[in-house]
Design a protein around this ligand. Structure first.
Ligand SMILES: C=C(O[C@H]1C=CC=C(C(=O)O)[C@@H]1O)C(=O)O
Length: 372
């Protein structure tokens, strides 16, 4: 890793797939002119990216969850995103291994609940992974085409995680906007408090209504909204936080969502990634209080489980504008391996079995996209 954010390799055509970020302003790119690499928390990150950008370019960025984890920024010239062609069906053999398995996950949620009762933390997001092996290997292009076609979450992304031709790719469809900046205007839509959807339409609507009324989920949601409002508020002339969350649907989940909007006091001082870095780690994937929850995540999950998952992914331009999503409902595709992550927020009153079902439903967004 290059901590100085110097370019590590020059223009390379993307062999496997176009690079894609499809949010409120969707685009793709077929070539990476330069790739810059750094560490999360680098205060000069945005400045150096801006200096390296040429007119008309954007930097497509992925930052890891962990403080001091890797950040990659690919400098690209965006093109319009065409219609997604559903990929041809290939016959594949898949082998899927959970990490940890369901019963170990249930036990770890119970341990997190003990720590909440002991008042070490008020909320913590406990994650788990699934590792799929597919033969023949899935390609980023086909997983991305499926995600663009089905749109299970609002922010579809696909990018290499470093500058090597054989780099692993991060692919996914996050439903969660960490932060968007357009000039003085900013927005963030934290999600927290969730329930899996049902194939039965009546039961599905009943679950959405129950979620909107659930004291435990509303409390879990409030932790995240309060954290974002406290972090962004001082940078804003005004910040508008909805009085109550709305209910947002993905392919597999209902979530409580609060669309927050604000107007920056001094936009020249705060680019989109600067704003994202005011929120480390993204609270919908971390916990409260942040330092204790982050330590507990390390202790319960182990430091290597998340990688880019739970960080942020998106783009910025030379004006510091951009749109960054929380890296969830995502996978890392590395040859024949597809590694997936899902987490669930644990608060007083959480039920370990329900949290295991919730993470299974969240994982299904990407197992479906990969045909696993
Ligand atoms: C951590 C994840 O979801 C977060 C985002 C929405 C709702 C969440 C929840 O209700 O627990 C999580 O905080 C994930 O999808 O892996």
């Amino acid at each position: 890793m290059n901590p100085t954010l110097e370019p590590t390799r020059s223009a390379s055509a993307l062999r496997h797939s176009p690079l894609v970020f499809a949010g409120s302003d969707p685009f793709a790119a077929d070539e990476v002119r330069r790739t810059l690499q750094a560490r999360t928390g680098d205060p000069d990150l945005a400045c150096r990216v801006i200096r390296a950008l040429e007119p008309g370019e954007r930097a497509v960025v992925s930052a890891a969850f962990r403080a001091d984890g890797p950040v990659v920024a690919h400098l690209v010239t965006p093109r319009a995103l065409g219609r997604a062609e559903p990929s041809p069906v290939e016959v594949r053999v898949h082998d899927v291994v959970p990490e940890p398995d369901r019963s170990a996950y249930v036990d770890l949620v119970a341990t997190a609940l003990d720590r909440i009762e002991g008042a070490d933390v008020a909320k913590v997001v406990r994650g788990r992974c699934l590792e799929g092996h597919s033969s023949p290997a899935l390609s980023p292009a086909e997983v991305t085409a499926t995600l663009l076609d089905r749109r299970p979450g609002r922010y579809v992304f696909s990018l290499p995680l470093d500058d090597r031709p054989e780099a692993p790719w991060l692919v996914g469809a996050s439903p969660e906007l960490l932060v968007r900046r357009r000039g003085v205007e900013i927005a963030s839509t934290p999600l927290a408090g969730s329930v899996p959807r049902s194939p039965d339409p009546d039961e599905d609507s009943r679950r959405a209504a129950a979620l909107a009324d659930s004291a435990k989920d509303l409390a879990e949601h409030a932790f995240v909204v309060d954290h974002i409002a406290a972090a962004l508020g001082p940078a804003c002339e005004w910040l508008e936080v909805p009085a109550a969350p709305e209910v947002l649907a993905t392919d597999s989940m209902w979530h409580l969502a609060s669309p927050i909007r604000g107007r920056l006091r001094a936009p020249e001082d705060l680019t989109a990634p600067d704003l994202a870095q005011l929120l480390p780690p993204p609270p919908a994937v971390g916990g409260v209080p942040t330092p204790e929850a982050t330590d507990l995540i390390d202790e319960l999950e182990g430091p290597g489980l998340r990688g880019p998952f739970g960080g942020f992914v998106g783009w910025m331009d030379g004006d510091g504008d951009g749109e960054l999503a929380v890296t969830i409902r995502a996978g890392v595709l590395d040859g024949e391996r597809l590694r997936l992550f899902a987490g669930a927020g644990i608060v007083a009153g959480s039920d370990p079995l329900a949290e295991a079902d919730e993470t299974a439903a969240k994982l299904s967004t990407m197992t479906r996209a990969g045909g696993l």
